[in-house]
Write a protein that binds this ligand. Structure first.
Ligand SMILES: CC(C)(COP(=O)(O)OP(=O)(O)OC[C@H]1O[C@@H](n2cnc3c(N)ncnc32)[C@H](O)[C@@H]1OP(=O)(O)O)[C@@H](O)C(=O)NCCC(=O)NCCSC(=O)/C=C/c1ccc(O)cc1
Length: 409
C-alpha cells in the first residue's frame, strides 16, 4: 500500500473533526434510596458510631451541620450496613478492603441508573454511544467502573473508555472538558460522561480534635450524574430528535499557586485520610475565581458583567458559595441552583455540577441568560472553568434541535 501524501493526512484528520461546538444533549441523575435529613443526622451518626457519650462533640457537630447549607442527603451506608462492619468505627482497624468491596458493587449500579436516565432522555440506543468518560473518587479497581458499565448499559465492546480516578470535586467538570475534546475531534461521536460517588470510604467515627471528620460526615452525599455530549447533533427520525441543551464553548483548568496542601486526601488502610483546610478553601477560591473567569471570558469577547450570566458553581459548602457571591457581587438568584442542590443532596464531589446543570435547565425560562459559567474546585487547589451557551430556538425559551437556527450572541 502506498503512503498518502501529508496534505491528504491533514484532509483526513480535518474531515474527521466535527463542526462543533460540543453540546450537552441529555442529563440523568441518581441517588441511593436511603435519604437522611440533616436535622436528624447528628443523632443517627453518634448512635451508629456508639459515640453518644461525647456530648460536647455532638453539640459541636450539630452546630457545624447547620452551617454547611445542607438539609438532606442520600447515603448508601445505612445503620444496618455499618452494624455489619464494626471495623469502620475503629480508625486504626484495616477496613479499606471492605469499603472498596462495597464501592465495587454499588458505584457501577448507581452510575448505570443515572446513565440509563440520560440515555432515555437522549432517545437513541445505548449502542450508539461511541465514547465513555467515567469519574469516581470511590474506588480503585481495575478494570474499573467504565468497564462494568459496558454490559450494564449494553454499550458496544468497541466503545472508547476513559477512566478518571481521584480527581476530587473537580472531576465532573474535568470529565466534561475531556468529552468536549473527544466530541469535537471525532465527527459523529456520542460521548457518555458518568460521575458516581459513594462516601463509604470517608465514613469514620467522631473523635475529639478531629474537625475534618465532622466536615466529612456532615457535608458529603452519594449520587451519580450522566450527560450525553456531541458536537454534531442530528435529527435521527421524525420521532427522535437530539436536542442540544448547553453548548460547551470553552473549558480550562488552573492551579491556584501555593495551595497544594489545602485539600489533600489519600487512601489509607482505614479509608480516606487527609485534611481539608476548611477556613482557607473559601478564601483562596474567593481570591482567585475572578481571574479564572476573566481568563475564560475575555478571549471570547464576552463582557465580565457577571450578573448577565447563568451560573453552575460547585457547591463545596455554603461558605464557598457565600465567598463566590461576595467577590462577584452576584444577585441572590444567581447561585440558587447551586444552593438548592447543596441543600437537597449535599456535596457529591464531581457529581454535583451535573446536578446543578440539571437544575439550571429546569429553571431556564424565556429571557434567561444565554451565556453561563460552570466553575468547579478541588484538590490542587484546582479550578475548572467552562463557558456555556444555552441553546434556544429564536423567539422561544425551548431547546432547539440542531437543524433549527441556534441563537449565538
Ligand atoms: C462550616 C465551616 C467549616 C465553618 O463555618 P463558619 O461560618 O466559619 O463557622 P464558625 O467559624 O462559627 O465555625 C463553626 C464551628 O466549627 C469550628 N471550626 C471551624 N473551622 C474549624 C477548624 N478548621 N478546626 C476546628 N474547628 C473549626 C468553629 O470553632 C466553630 O465551633 P464552635 O464554636 O464550637 O461552634 C465553613 O468554614 C466551611 O464550610 N468551610 C468550607 C468547607 C469545605 O472545605 N468544603 C469542601 C471543599 S472541597 C472538598 O472538600 C473535597 C474533598 C475531597 C474529599 C474526599 C476525596 O476523595 C476528594 C476530595
Amino acid at each position: 500500500m502506498g503512503s498518502a501524501p501529508a496534505a491528504n493526512v491533514r484532509e483526513i484528520c480535518r474531515a474527521r473533526r466535527a463542526d462543533g461546538p460540543a453540546a450537552v444533549l441529555a442529563i440523568g441523575t441518581a441517588n441511593p434510596a436511603n435519604c437522611v435529613l440533616q436535622d436528624d443526622f447528628p443523632d443517627f451518626y453518634f448512635r451508629a458510631t456508639k459515640s453518644d457519650h461525647l456530648t460536647g462533640l455532638k453539640d459541636k457537630f450539630r452546630r457545624v451541620c447547620q452551617k454547611l447549607g445542607v438539609q438532606k442527603r442520600y447515603l448508601h451506608h445505612t445503620e444496618e450496613l455499618l452494624g455489619a462492619h464494626p471495623e469502620f468505627l475503629d480508625l486504626h482497624a484495616p477496613s479499606l478492603d471492605a469499603r472498596l468491596d462495597i464501592a465495587k458493587a454499588a458505584v457501577p449500579e448507581l452510575a448505570a441508573e443515572a446513565s440509563r436516565r440520560a440515555i432515555a432522555e437522549w432517545g437513541r440506543p445505548a449502542a450508539d454511544i461511541t465514547h465513555l468518560v467515567v469519574t469516581t473518587n470511590s474506588g480503585a479497581h481495575i478494570p474499573g467502573v467504565d468497564f462494568q458499565l459496558v454490559p450494564l448499559l449494553g454499550l458496544r465492546p468497541t466503545v472508547r473508555r476513559t477512566m478518571l480516578y481521584l480527581n476530587g470535586c473537580f472531576a465532573g467538570a474535568a470529565a466534561l472538558r475531556v468529552a468536549k475534546d473527544l466530541a469535537e475531534n471525532n465527527r459523529g461521536a456520542r460521548v457518555l460522561v458518568v460521575c458516581a460517588e459513594l462516601t463509604v470510604l470517608l465514613f469514620n467515627r467522631p473523635e475529639e480534635g478531629c474537625f475534618q471528620t465532622l466536615i466529612n460526615q456532615g457535608l458529603f452525599g452519594d449520587g451519580a450524574g450522566a450527560v450525553v455530549v456531541s458536537a454534531d447533533p442530528v435529527i435521527t427520525t421524525p420521532a427522535v430528535r437530539e436536542h442540544p441543551l448547553f453548548e460547551i464553548v470553552s473549558a480550562a483548568q488552573t492551579i491556584i499557586p501555593e495551595s497544594e496542601d489545602v485539600i489533600a486526601m489519600h487512601l489509607t488502610k482505614g479509608g480516606y485520610g487527609g485534611n481539608i483546610s476548611t477556613r482557607q478553601v473559601p478564601v483562596l477560591i474567593g481570591d482567585n475565581i475572578e481571574r479564572c473567569l476573566l481568563d475564560a471570558f475575555e478571549p471570547l469577547g464576552i463582557g465580565a458583567e457577571w450578573n448577565d450570566l447563568f451560573w453552575d458553581v460547585h457547591p463545596g459548602s455554603s461558605a464557598i458559595l457565600d465567598q463566590v457571591d461576595a467577590v462577584l457581587q452576584l444577585k441572590p438568584e444567581k447561585l440558587a441552583a447551586s444552593r438548592r442542590v447543596l441543600s437537597e443532596y449535599g456535596n457529591m464531589f464531581g457529581v454535583t455540577v451535573i446536578f446543578v446543570l440539571d437544575e439550571l435547565r429546569r429553571r431556564m425560562e424565556k429571557g434567561a441568560p444565554e451565556w453561563g459559567a460552570m466553575v468547579a474546585f478541588g484538590p490542587g487547589l484546582t479550578v475548572e472553568t467552562m463557558v456555556l451557551h444555552r441553546c434556544v430556538a429564536q423567539g422561544t425559551g425551548a431547546a432547539a434541535p440542531s437543524e433549527d437556527k441556534l441563537t449565538v450572541a
